[in-house]
Design a binder for this molecule. Sequence first.
Ligand SMILES: [Zn+2]
Ligand SMILES: [Zn+2]
Ligand SMILES: [Zn+2]
Length: 495
Amino acid sequence: MDGSPCPLDKEFSDRIAVLLAPPTPQSIQEYYDKLIEATNCHGLRIKYSNKHGKGVYANSEFKEGELILKDQMLVAAQHSSNKVDCLVCSYCFRFIGSIELQIGRKLYLQGLGLSTKKECDYQTFSHSSNGFCQNEMEEAEGNFFMNESDNTGSSSSKNLKADPLPEDLLLSLMNGDLSLPYTRQFALPPVIACPGGCEEEHYCSNLCADSDWESFHSLLCTGQNTERSRRASLFKFIEHANSTNDIFILAAKVISYTILKCRKLKRSHTTEIGKQPSLDKTDEFSFSLLMEAWKPISMGFKKRWWDCIALPDDVDSGDEESFRMQIRDLAFTSLKLLKEAIFDDECAPLFSLEIYGHIIGMFELNNLDLVVASPVEDYFIYIDDLPCKEKHEAETVARPFLDALGDEYAVCCQGTAFFPLQSCMNHSCCPNAKAFKRDEDRDGHAVIVALRPISIGEEITISYIDEDLPYDERQVQLADYGFRCRCARCLQEQS
Ligand SMILES: [Zn+2]
Ligand SMILES: [Zn+2]
Ligand SMILES: [Zn+2]
């Protein structure tokens, strides 16, 4: 598919080609060796081969159930629809405020009609779907984007709920006037406001607020401190993403991250005397910084979004071309809105459709669910486990809220994230490790534990899909990740 509608694709075609050139095996190795050093994951080694790409190997022995890796996200976002259900730190995704605030806020927002069902159903954003929301689906007729549900806690309102609770009661729960029994044992970090004054982002600590500001949010904040016209553009961009595909928000974070990193590198270079480039080299110098800032992303992307997205079942193969064009146009609309909001001359190639498509594709072709269990669930389980008398007393107060929440009381924080090390783990249908959140894992990091003893030198594999599925269904689901599985089990089962 050629004839890009984006003028930057042409203007910066040389630079884009450099940005999208696959990193050399040597630079891949160096990058991951450094990352492992910096994150103290000495039990692991990333190995790269031209034939098999990246893989994660054990550098020490692991016992069954042992922690292999806690992987920090490079960039992450909570699904827009999930924001009604859970109030979490926008940087580390820890639940914040209090049990009372979590419950009161959710019921209050639902009462305002911000039910998750009316917005996008983000379960459809995971890999085996195609990154569209339900509104889009219905418009597209024939529901071809709709499939699967997951077991991480659904926001759909199939269940019958009790009558809504009075607004006053919910407000007093939210502002701390009313407290529920035993919630002190489930204390959460306080809610820290965004330093830019927007209402969208909240944090668990000043550290998270500052880190988010420095790495991503200062360019994307819609608060009063942001210049008026930029704010308006940002609102338009966010609205478009929320009504079509919230992966666009992640893509914006990647671009923002790269620009901010670039500026930071520039500051540190130019303060070092003697490192200032001569004027005619400025352009080359800026680009070398952009390359450096882009490095972590260059390790993750694979293909353009509109090329890699699996063709939905009910799109006729004869319509494939026009389907892919539609997807590309959707991305272009989003990109134009983003460009109006945060365009940066020195990082202009980042705003090409070519780069944007690859960034979005990176989120489509990797294994990147972000899940954090809800403390509200723990709280109600705790109440349920109390001795008879205490349980009865506590339930008298807490029951109406549980009833009002219905079976959605335990919805966890859900989003998408790019985990630099986990994303190097290859798939196997008989994996020796899995992503598993232990009780103490209360933030958005990916946690990988061993499923059986792993010896030094063995490759660490996880399953990208439900490995209990039969052979054919596994292959169909794995096609969305862009490969056909040839693990030992598949080789055995294919005949
Ligand atoms: Zn935090
Ligand atoms: Zn903000
Ligand atoms: Zn397999």
